[in-house]
Design a protein around this ligand. Sequence first.
Ligand code: SF4
Length: 391
Amino acid sequence: MTMIDLPLLPLGRGKDLSAERGVECPGDLPPASDPDLVARAVAAKKALGDKVFILGHHYQRDEVVQFADVMGDSFKLAKDAAARPEAEYIVFCGVHFMAESADILTGDDQKVILPDLAAGCSMADMARLGQVEDAWDALTDAGIADVVVPITYMNSSADIKAFCGRHGGAVCTSSNADVALEWAFAQHGPETKLLFFPDQHLGRNTAVLKLGYSLDDCIVWNPLLPNGGNTVEELRAAKVILWKGHCSVHGRFSAEVVDELRATIPDVQILVHPECAHEVVLKADLVGSTEFIINTIEAAPAGSSWAIGTELNLVKRLANAHPDKNIVFLDKTVCYCSTMNRIDLPHLVWALESLVEGTVVNQIQVDGETEKQAKIALQRMLDLPGRSHRD
Ligand code: SF4
């Protein structure tokens, strides 16, 4: 069995080019103190014209978002990029797995650029291909791999999506996880089991709260332990095998803070993302994807009060856009996604000015075989019955 081969690199400085964890960004960046950064970004974008298309994830900083041609979640942005074949350069202001998905879904002649290679995703890093293959071997030894359907969250590396493509599985987002799980459970009749990664919380919340399975039907696979920390009997009895991964942002929200806010803000409604822990989701009024959170706040009446459990850049943007509503953050401390925040204005200016000079920096390229197999898993998601496919 392969133990975790490297610790997470919270500062994003490593040499593992194939990982989500990020690597050194070798650029000669302008200093963050340069007062002309905004003017330089405007000029570079204008010089590139229709050749460049800038994507901005909802969790990005405002200083970057102001230059985005389109905003959205990771899957929407990848599809938006695919719908702009005339754009030679896709600059993805997001994290590494998102740029990979954009590269998979865009044409061969389009180049996807991540302004800072250190912008990875700690959740995606928690399921590495070697670990997942070891888990599959263990399920094979336990005699159950034939009835296990692997489902990966969009927030995973391309090689994990390709693994699902190879083994009869699919990708899901937080909007369609319930439909994806229903599809998966129909694959091998009543004996079917699921292996869900990398986010145990999305898997558990969906299986229990949307599909009606019990917590006892779900077991956790810890990649650091033999058999994931389970006996063979436990593996055979489980319906859902949840990979021991989580989002470092959404995992911070606690049930205690929900109780405190309910006690201090009259009629507050708690609105959270399904990457939050099960006990937080149980205490929330509404649970849904990033797009669901945005749409809920836009439709909320003036004067209503909301505590939102998702990334802080988005919560602040919603609060600023809706001054007639009382919007607070569902945590006592600052809670940005540290890897998302690595994309800042100096990196964006450097990437754009390099393109103006004819140099493509930080291109994200998925190899042909991985792309082919990942597309199979993505296509199975696209073929799921009626639901918008957003995370
Ligand atoms: S918010 Fe969580 S899932 Fe999204 S990129 Fe950051 S660590 Fe990954």
